[in-house]
Design a protein around this ligand. Structure first.
Ligand SMILES: C[S@@+](CC[C@H](N)C(=O)[O-])C[C@H]1O[C@@H](n2cnc3c(N)ncnc32)[C@H](O)[C@@H]1O
Length: 253
């Protein structure tokens, strides 16, 4: 039940964050990848919000995800546009490719879905090993300030005149030792006031300190770690930033 992005969660994600929906990240990743002429990997590719516009921009991007429901949206959106995205069902912990990548990207704080610290560092090593020499890992995380914001909310999306999707989110637990937050995400699908379907996701996130993740990247073998605030590349993070981006390079060996 952890971070599984099931049928209703994927439907809501795709309605709320369709292809090309940007938090400033689409422009950022497109700019950071301009001139990149090798293959690019997006782990946790989801519905293709970022991947599809990058394919349209001519990048050779491929992706994996654990949620077939999320990837099905990506497949359909590619099909509509006559694009081909190599997509596979794999996990952070065990993904494998025979070829190496010029870049690996992780927008939308997806790295924070790995809540166990030892596993997270092993995943960073796996990213490192899947890069070509000189290849870059580019990813972002939510600032601790944003993670700690009160996440209790109720939102709704009209599917049509008679149908509604709702999401109620409630914070269930904060673990200050392991730096994780658990929220209960309850998705509901209604028609004419009757409940058709409901899903509960136990949504776990880990928060990272800026120096902590920099050290973890170095520990995984990366060099030249550049940390930026709110998608302004090279501008060090400062108080009030919502998003912290990391760009790290595989040494040229
Ligand atoms: C916040 S969405 C990001 C989707 C997309 N990258 C974007 O920027 O819009 C997180 C994605 O991570 C996927 N995910 C969760 N746990 C995963 C895991 N262990 N391995 C791979 N993907 C995972 C989910 O299925 C979901 O599609």
């Amino acid at each position: 039940m952890q971070n599984r992005y099931g049928k209703l969660a994927s439907w809501v994600y795709h309605l709320d964050k369709p292809i090309g929906h940007s938090f400033g990240d689409l422009e950022y990743y497109r700019q950071r990848l301009s001139g990149c002429d090798g293959a690019v990997l997006e782990p946790a590719v989801g519905n293709g919000r970022i991947c599809v516009p990058l394919l349209e921009a001519g990048l050779a991007i491929e992706g994996f995800d654990t949620s077939q429901d999320m990837m099905e949206y990506c497949r359909q959106e590619c099909l509509k546009r006559g694009l081909v995205a190599p997509l596979t069902c794999q996990t952070f912990d065990n993904f494998h490719y025979e070829h190496r990548f010029a870049a690996i990207i992780l927008p939308a704080g997806s790295f924070q879905l790995i809540t166990d610290t030892t596993s997270a560092i092993t995943v960073l090593k796996r990213f490192h090993d899947h890069l070509l020499p000189g290849g870059r890992l580019i990813m972002d995380i939510d600032s601790i300030e944003s993670v700690m914001e009160d996440s209790s909310l109720v939102r709704s999306w009209a599917v049509n005149e008679d149908e509604l999707l709702t999401l109620s989110s409630q914070r269930a637990k904060i673990d200050h030792i392991n730096q994780t937050i658990l929220s209960h995400l309850r998705y509901e699908h209604w028609r004419d006031g009757a409940l058709l379907c409901t899903e509960l996701d136990l949504f776990h996130l880990r928060w990272w300190g800026v120096a902590e993740l920099t050290l973890a990247l170095r520990e995984a073998g990366f060099v030249d770690v550049v940390v930026s605030g709110d998608y302004q590349h090279g501008r060090p993070p400062r108080q009030g930033d919502q998003i912290i981006s990391f760009e790290a390079t595989r040494a040229d060996t």
